[in-house]
Design a protein around this ligand. Structure first.
Ligand SMILES: [Mg+2]
Ligand SMILES: [Zn+2]
Length: 353
């Protein structure tokens, strides 16, 4: 190491991370990986005049399996001794970098037939003999929407003496799709994902299931039709009312929910560099069409959503106005949660901080 290198190394080392390293790394971030920046150290600046380093910085980041970023900075110092210096920042500085610039990722899960292997509403409905559900009730979801239909079903359950406890027991014991609980935990704990659920089931069923399966703490938010037991009967409401989106039900446009969620996060300075959407049904198509090139649609094999996604991927999907709707995102076709995990795993795993 030459004297010049030593000086620069000391300056970077002694600099308070919040000023110099933060500034440096902010600039790296702004200039997406490289650029000419001014590295300065407030502490030294007060005593000396020549402590500003003009440097060209190249930052190479590698994601590790634990979701941590390994950062290598090459500083090409331009105004002090014209030295090229390979400099690996200290662990502490790496941590700062991680906090500053590790954009988060978002995983969105449908609930029925995606997290759990059944449809929770149908399972609840099956608690009474179908003969108790008259045709005019069965037709309600076509005319008045799914939540109106389910409210009638819950009334019929109540009239047939199906108790709250029995409903809760049924929900708690619905089996997960293989690998889904592992996937959710891994994404949250080791891959820097926020996890949310957007579902046309209801809050009571989903909360009950997540609680019983020890998953509540991994899921930031659940967007669904609000429901709760009142005097022994389940009362359900629409999540919202919309008529703009023809791909979605009136009570829930999952695409709109997703967009609003991401926009709200932006207002809190949280940017998702990747959105992963996992689903199986026709109503999962709307949010998937809104995904970008960085995102991934995880589509359950042999379920209805797959045909639509395939069509859109091949440029053969026309919207109601006859306009071709192309898919921008990547597609992962899955049978289990493990398939999704394999797809999302960083390909370069050999780098550990
Ligand atoms: Mg579903
Ligand atoms: Zn929609």
């Amino acid at each position: 190491m030459t004297a010049g290198e030593k000086v620069i190394e000391d300056k970077v080392k002694t600099s308070p991370e919040k000023s110099s390293i933060t500034n440096l790394l902010d600039t790296v971030k702004e200039e997406t990986g490289s650029g000419k920046v001014l590295v300065h150290n407030k502490k030294v600046e007060e005593q000396e005049t020549d402590t500003k380093l003009e440097a060209k910085i190249t930052a190479k980041t590698t994601e590790t399996p634990k979701g941590v970023v390994r950062l290598e900075l090459s500083l090409n110092i331009l105004d002090i001794n014209k030295i090229d210096l390979e400099y690996s920042v200290s662990k502490k500085a790496r941590k700062n970098y991680f906090i500053l610039t590790m954009a988060k990722k978002l995983a969105v899960f449908d609930f029925d037939h995606t997290i759990i292997n059944d449809n929770s509403d149908i399972m609840a409905m099956n608690m009474v003999d179908r003969k108790y559900i008259p045709k005019e009730v069965k037709d309600l979801h076509k005319t008045d929407g799914w939540t109106v239909f389910m409210q009638k079903v819950f009334e019929i359950l109540y009239q047939n003496n199906v108790k709250e406890d029995a409903v809760n027991q049924l929900m708690m014991n619905l089996p997960a799709v293989a690998g889904m609980t592992e996937l959710i935990k891994e994404l949250k704990q080791n891959y820097n994902y926020d996890v949310i659920v957007i579902s046309d089931s209801n809050s009571h069923f989903i909360r009950t299931w997540l609680g019983a399966n020890d998953l509540s703490k991994y899921i930031s938010e659940v967007f669904t039709n609000p429901a709760k037991f009142e005097n022994g009967m389940l009362k359900i409401q629409m999540y919202h009312f919309q008529e703009n989106c023809k791909l979605s039900t009136k009570n829930l446009c999952k695409g709109q929910v997703l967009e609003e969620f991401v926009d709200n996060k932006k207002k809190q300075d949280i940017y998702y560099e990747k959105v992963v959407y996992c689903g199986d049904g026709l109503h999962d198509f709307c949010p998937i069409l809104k995904l970008s090139e960085n995102d991934v649609a995880c589509v359950r094999d042999k379920y209805k959503l797959l045909d639509l996604v395939m069509k859109a991927q091949n440029g053969q999907y026309l919207d109601e106005d006859g306009v071709v709707k192309n898919l921008k995102c990547d597609v992962c076709v899955w049978n289990t949660g493990y398939d999704i995990l394999d797809f999302l795993k960083p390909k370069n795993d050999d780098c550990v901080v």
